[in-house]
Design a protein around this ligand. Structure first.
Ligand SMILES: [Zn+2]
Length: 264
């Protein structure tokens, strides 16, 4: 189906304005594989099913609502004084490579189900994981993963690192190094990304007492995992367990993660 035909089908769905949503794909008929985004006064769609080529973007009229929203975007976050979202943060749909990154690193479900707020920084060509301070419900910062292999650093911190990136609301949690791994586990466990291999005192206020708290840093940092576990136990956290792994959690899908934590 060509672009024009796809657009007609998408228009036929009569999507609401300003939503990001996931639905059954009208092109390949697979369940929940189509992502649609009608923010920024445009309509974007993308199907994640391997057999399906549905994707596209239609720029709508820049109506008054768009002007109001664009104007608001430069302002509202400043209320928080914590972190002002840069104008260059756009929908992940702006970049096919960003979408592919989410898919390859098992993040897209977390994003599609709104467990994680993920954007694309057009200026720096990065997938951006928004860090929310769940205690104040405001953005505390963001973490950008470079999409180009020559970009340095691979992970870039926007704002400060006082708040860890959290994804999911499960009773058990796992402390990981990067945001992608935190997203990958979030169907099964709450993912908490430190963006490094050490835990700061400011992080502790954001780690509630979970039923089980796993520490699972990257393989080359297993010793640090044991260090963090020891530190957490000393601070009164119960049931802290180290989970040594051969690979980062972002390379595992939901079923594999369930096996890793609950079947072995
Ligand atoms: Zn499809």
């Amino acid at each position: 189906m060509n672009y024009g035909q796809q657009l007609e089908v998408i228009k036929g769905l009569s999507l609401q304005k300003d939503i990001t949503s996931r639905m059954d794909c009208p092109f390949c008929h697979n369940k929940n594989t189509l992502l649609v985004d009608t923010t920024e006064s445009s309509t974007k769609w993308y199907c994640f099913h391997a057999s399906c080529k549905a994707k596209g973007k239609h720029i709508g009229e820049k109506d008054m609502q768009y002007v109001v929203n664009t104007f608001k975007q430069t302002k509202p976050i400043s209320e928080s004084a914590d972190f002002e979202v840069p104008d260059s943060f756009k929908s992940v749909f702006s970049s096919e490579r960003a979408m592919k990154y989410l898919h390859k690193n098992n993040c897209w479900e977390a994003w599609a189900w709104h467990r994680a707020d993920i954007k694309y920084d057009v200026r720096h060509d990065r997938v951006v994981f928004m860090v929310k301070n769940q205690n104040s419900n405001k953005y505390a910062g963001a973490v950008g993963r470079a999409l180009h292999r020559d970009s340095y650093p691979k992970w870039f911190m926007y704002g400060h690192k006082h708040v860890p990136f959290k994804c999911g609301q499960c009773d058990d949690a796992v402390i990981v190094e990067d945001c992608a791994s935190a997203c990958a586990v979030s169907n099964i466990l709450t993912g908490i990304a430190l963006m490094g291999t050490s835990i700061a005192d400011t992080h502790l206020a954001h780690i509630k007492p979970y039923k089980n708290l796993y520490v699972c840093l990257d393989r080359d940092a297993t010793t640090k995992s044991y260090g963090i576990a020891k530190e957490l136990r000393a601070k009164g956290f119960k049931n802290v367990l180290v989970k040594p792994l051969e690979e980062d959690l972002k390379y595992f899908n939901t079923d594999e993660i369930r096996d890793i934590f609950y079947a072995r």
